[in-house]
Design a protein around this ligand. Structure first.
Ligand code: AMP
Length: 188
């Protein structure tokens, strides 16, 4: 059983690559962004708590995010490998994830970071806005999300690098080539 984290700034292609990885390897996909969007769309108690925060482009507090993630793990006791997308975004989340994996006698085996410049990310999100009108893709919110990535989330990388679990993949180019680079990490 392999557990993988796909990592990168908003618009790096995590969602696109995740879909392809799930098809090929049968991972259970856990996207905290998708889970939060589901809760806000369905107006659950959790959705009500996080709606404003998400719409501002800020990160949801660790306590809320980590307990939602734990619930999702518990729903999938027989998973043959997890793909985490958009989680962890803080070192506290990364530590919690390691704890949860260890409790199940498992581990995060690989972290693949998609390397994409800020300029590329902005141009991709501008294109995404034309087809998928996400409230947090508006310019001020997008700026906040990019700031959150470079101020907070990026600090997760040394955590994994120091433990030799990090591989950086060039995230600019043809989707299938990027996918092949990720597969090469998993199949190694
Ligand atoms: P995403 O689709 O992954 O870009 O996530 C959309 C929004 O959901 C983020 O801007 C945050 O407000 C929230 N979110 C998703 N994942 C996390 C996380 N791991 N930690 C904190 N907030 C998160």
């Amino acid at each position: 059983m392999i557990n993988l984290v796909i990592f990168g700034p908003p618009g790096a292609g995590k969602g696109t690559q995740s879909e392809k990885l799930i098809q090929k390897y049968g991972f259970v996909h856990i996207s905290t962004g998708d889970l939060f969007r589901w809760h806000t769309k369905n107006d659950t108690a959790l959705g009500k708590r996080v709606k404003e925060i998400m719409n501002s482009g800020a990160l949801v507090p660790d306590e809320i995010t980590i307990s939602m993630l734990k619930e999702e793990l518990d729903k999938n006791p027989n998973a043959n490998g997890f793909l985490f997308d958009g989680f962890p975004r803080t070192v506290a989340q990364a530590e919690a994830l390691d704890r949860f994996m260890k409790e199940n006698n498992s581990a995060i085996h690989f972290v693949v970071a998609l390397d994409v410049t800020e300029q590329e990310v902005r141009s991709r999100i501008a294109k995404r806005k034309l087809v998928d009108n996400r409230a947090d893709d508006e310019e001020d919110k997008l700026n906040k999300r990019i700031d959150e990535y470079f101020n907070k989330t990026i600090h997760v990388l040394p955590y994994y690098k120091n433990q030799n679990r990090l591989t950086t993949v060039n995230g600019i180019g043809v989707i299938d080539e990027i996918f092949n680079s990720i597969c090469a990490v998993i199949d190694k």
